[in-house]
Design a protein around this ligand. Structure first.
Ligand code: SF4
Ligand code: SF4
Ligand code: FES
Length: 525
């Protein structure tokens, strides 16, 4: 390790004095060397600058799970994070979220461990089995099934980033993944009990992927929860009526919203949009998606996208009534068979016609086309419409004429951002709009807070308003003083608009899709 100090970094540490019930921020500028960790900084401050600073640590090697903090909005282990790797000159250090703060950076883990206790993190077997002196044999391939989930250090970084955690009923990504680890363990006989346990709250997960992204041990909690849902559905264990209704509808009508498939293309009546069943060939296949086909509010977004296509003179067509739900929400809800049915139909349509690329309205359609079989077998060129528009703006194929003099923030849809790494294009589009003042939310990009609509939750929302992620997100935007929350996903539009109505703040703020903003900005005065 280089002994020379490399640079001075400013640390803003969130403090809490429980005796005075006072929150404040302490700022220190500390010389940092190559290899200096956040924990080194906290120890330096305590030893040299302020002996009252309180934080937790033990192993100093990423094993005990006690030193989790939030660094510039991202949950991370203090001992495992090198300061210079963060690549910034100012670092805000806060206590982990979703747990009560005891003092400064020390949080109370009681509720976290109570949730772990609820899933019974020990082998469940008949009592007699334990009385015999015998080994529970397990072959390496059986161990391999759950080994990657058994290395959890109970640091709660996943829970700190989880939007569903605002509802205390939710068992949380860490406990639910541990539950799945025991389900996969061939020595455990408690599957039925475990699945019943998790089925009470697992539907609150939005598949946002934050838990997976933030786990220092690279445990894929998000997939573990989806796989667990699959088992719940396969085993016919009781699950919420709303989930059942969405799945039944997707089976019967090929969309989760109980709308007849013969009405799917009605949104485009009078728009003279080409139907691939007639033209057979096009440059861009526009995949509209369920909400933009059927939901009145979201139909407007599909109309704006087609208006932008026309302005750019793009040759495009849709599958008309032959388009079925892409199946993303169905797959995340765990209904793999139904997903396959929907996907195989769409794949048969994609094979039937000639096109260069697919452009989707929804990040969910985009994500499943790019990541899930059988779609991936086709190796199609897929773009979310925000990528398509950003590219057109860069190449000068689209000009924005009309000023929109508004303060606008951007809410990252999880399936576009955290799952697909598309963060820049929507921002480039907004920054290109004349007159528009773009203000970043505090929780943005990979630290963005989910709207609560993904993973099928948009169809199944039953939580009280205060326990809905969307309400939390709208409040965050209002604090910024913006007039518009821009986003790029029909599900975010739905959940955020519902939240605005729920908390009765329609006069303060509104939600617009980026496509609507662009459509407004290409209009001539
Ligand atoms: S995917 Fe998102 S909502 Fe689901 S458990 Fe993980 S962080 Fe929570
Ligand atoms: S799953 Fe990962 S992030 Fe969550 S508690 Fe375990 S080690 Fe920490
Ligand atoms: S001090 Fe043990 S994980 Fe950081």
């Amino acid at each position: 390790m280089n002994s020379k100090s490399e640079k001075n970094i400013k640390f803003k540490i969130q403090r809490f004095n429980p005796e005075k019930d006072k929150q404040y921020i302490s700022t220190y500028t500390v010389p940092v060397r190559v290899g200096t960790t956040i924990l080194d900084i906290l120890l330096y401050v305590k030893d040299n600058l302020d002996g009252t600073l309180t934080f937790r640590h033990q192993c100093r090697m990423g094993q005990c799970g006690s030193c989790g903090v939030i660094l510039n909005g991202k949950p991370m282990l203090a001992c495992y994070t090198q300061v210079l790797h963060l690549g910034v000159d100012t670092i805000k250090i806060e206590p982990l979220t979703n747990l009560p703060v005891i003092k400064d950076l020390v949080v109370n883990f009681d509720s976290f461990f109570k949730k772990h206790a609820k899933i019974e993190p020990i082998l469940i077997k008949a009592e007699d089995t334990f009385k015999k002196i015998t080994e529970f044999i397990q072959i390496p391939s059986d161990l391999k099934k759950y080994w990657d989930k058994a290395i959890c250090i109970k640091c709660s970084l996943c829970n700190a980033s989880c939007p569903a955690e605002i509802d205390p009923k939710f068992l949380g990504p860490s406990s639910l993944t541990a539950n799945y680890r025991f389900i996969l363990d061939t020595r455990d006989d408690g599957n039925n009990k475990r699945l019943k346990n998790s089925s009470e709250s697992i539907w609150l997960c939005t598949s946002c992927n934050s838990c997976t992204i933030n786990c220092p041990k690279e445990i894929d909690c998000s997939t573990a929860l989806t796989e667990q849902r699959s088992l719940i559905i396969e085993d016919g264990i009781l699950f919420p009526k709303t989930v059942k209704e969405a799945l039944d509808s997707a089976f019967k009508y090929y969309n989760p919203i109980r709308m007849p498939s013969r009405k799917r293309k009605d949104w485009s009546i009078n728009l003279n949009i080409k139907d691939l069943s007639i033209v057979k060939e096009t440059r861009v296949l526009y995949f509209v998606g369920c909400l933009s086909s059927y939901d009145d509010r979201n139909k407007e977004i599909a109309k704006c996208i087609t208006k932008i296509f026309r302005k750019m003179e793009v040759d495009f067509a849709t599958l008309g009534n032959d388009e079925w739900c892409c199946g993303d929400h169905i797959l995340r809800l765990g209904e793999k068979g139904l997903f396959e049915m929907l996907a195989e139909h769409n794949v048969s349509m994609f094979k039937k016609y000639t096109f260069e690329s697919i452009v989707t309205t929804s990040p969910h359609c985009y994500y499943t086309f790019v990541n899930d079989k059988p779609y991936t077998d086709l190796e199609m060129k897929v773009k979310h419409y925000s990528q398509f528009i950003a590219e057109a703006l860069k190449k000068g194929k689209l000009k924005l004429n009309r000023e929109i003099k508004k303060k606008v923030t951007y809410h990252d849809p999880c399936f576009l951002g955290k799952r697909s790494n598309i963060y820049d294009e929507p921002r480039e589009i907004l920054r290109a709009v004349p007159g528009l003042e773009f203000i970043e939310m505090e929780r943005s990009r990979e630290n963005s807070f989910c709207c609560g609509g993904g993973g099928g939750r948009v169809w199944t929302e039953e939580a009280d308003p205060e326990k809905r992620p969307s309400v939390n997100r709208v409040r965050e935007a209002i604090k910024l003083g913006v007039k518009i929350i821009a986003t790029a996903c029909p599900f975010c539009i739905t959940t955020l608009e519902d939240a605005i109505k729920t908390i009765d703040c329609e006069d303060l703020i509104k939600v617009m899709d980026i496509a609507e903003i662009i459509a407004e900005s290409i209009e001539y005065l």
